[in-house]
Write a protein that binds this ligand. Structure first.
Ligand SMILES: [Zn+2]
Ligand SMILES: [Zn+2]
Length: 306
């Protein structure tokens, strides 16, 4: 078997082909200069294709993975239902259905029919939906546990669950879905915490090679971790244990929380190395790493049979 490598990418990116403020070429240039291995341009209801590796300026990276932010509404309403189609082979027209669940399901289905995998975006943007709806939807592979756009309410609000809590509730209901961190970048000129700038959230996929098929497959099967600034030098996930090592810069303090069914904390470990021995009654087990810098990382859940 070929040796597996880690590839960093952003899977939620806007350009002037929708409401981003720079051209696809220049946006890709930003990610190339910041050493991303792959990139999904996900303009609203538009398949922005850019063969960055051809023409006069040839670059191997980032590898461009076709994508679109399929942006629907509830019929006659303004509840935003946004789902990224990743690896699609054609543009997907958004479908507005009668309610949240039907709209989510119709667009997830349309993305799969177009050859892609579905990533559910920013549930808390305008408080559009939460786990109650997501528990009724089948076929989606990914859910944004982190979105870099400042208006997406990732930490929840009064009476509203955070993205982490939504993810745990969906996992607890028995729906396998993997958690992604994304930029949802729109602004490439005005840099401020109130602007949706690039470089805030990404995924690191473990794959045999840097190809569209290998990256999409790695995302679809949970062979990745998500990060807002923490790098893992080792991650070993089996049905018996989760073990990880955090890259050390000599000054940042890290701690890891292992979480199971119901969002229950199973174990907390301070330091660069963390390991959890799975017992079998946890439902699922996943790890979140936090850093004294404020950065976080999320590993994907291991699901346990009943
Ligand atoms: Zn959106
Ligand atoms: Zn977006």
């Amino acid at each position: 078997m070929a040796k597996l490598k880690w590839y960093k990418g952003n899977i939620h990116t806007h350009t002037t082909e929708s409401d981003g403020d720079d051209t696809p070429e220049r946006v890709v240039g930003w990610y190339r200069r910041h050493n991303y291995d792959f990139l999904v341009l996900s303009d609203h209801n538009h398949l922005t294709l850019l063969d960055y590796g051809s023409g006069r300026r040839r670059f191997k990276r980032p590898l461009m993975v076709p994508g679109e932010e399929v942006s629907a509404n509830i019929k006659g309403g303004s509840v935003p239902i946004h789902i990224n189609g990743i690896g699609i082979s054609r543009v997907v027209e958004p479908i507005d259905a009668d309610d949240v669940v039907a709209t989510l399901q119709a667009n997830v289905n349309a993305i799969i029919q177009a050859g892609g995998i579905a990533s559910i975006n920013h549930p808390n943007f305008r408080w559009a939906f939460d786990h109650e709806a997501l528990m009724q939807v089948t076929g989606a592979s990914l859910l944004e546990v982190y979105n870099g756009h400042p208006k997406t309410n990732i930490y929840g609000g009064p009476g509203k669950p955070s993205n982490d809590e939504i993810w745990d509730a969906v996992l607890t209901s028995g729906r396998p879905i993997f958690g992604v961190a994304t930029d949802d970048s729109h602004r490439y000129h005005d840099w401020s915490p109130t602007q949706s700038n690039p470089g805030r959230g990404w995924v690191v996929v473990r794959a045999e090679e840097l190809s569209v098929d290998a990256i999409v497959d790695g995302l679809a099967t949970g062979s990745f971790y998500s990060s807002t600034g923490i790098a893992l030098s080792e991650l070993d996930t089996t049905t018996g244990s989760i073990e990880l090592r955090i890259e050390d810069d000599g000054e940042t303090v890290h701690w890891t929380t292992f979480t199971g069914k119901g969002g229950r904390t199973l174990l907390e470990v301070v330091g660069q190395d963390a390991r959890y021995e799975i017992k079998s009654d946890e439902g699922y087990v996943r790890a979140t790493v936090r850093a004294s810098t404020g950065a976080r990382a999320w590993t994907q859940p291991v699901f346990l049979g009943e």
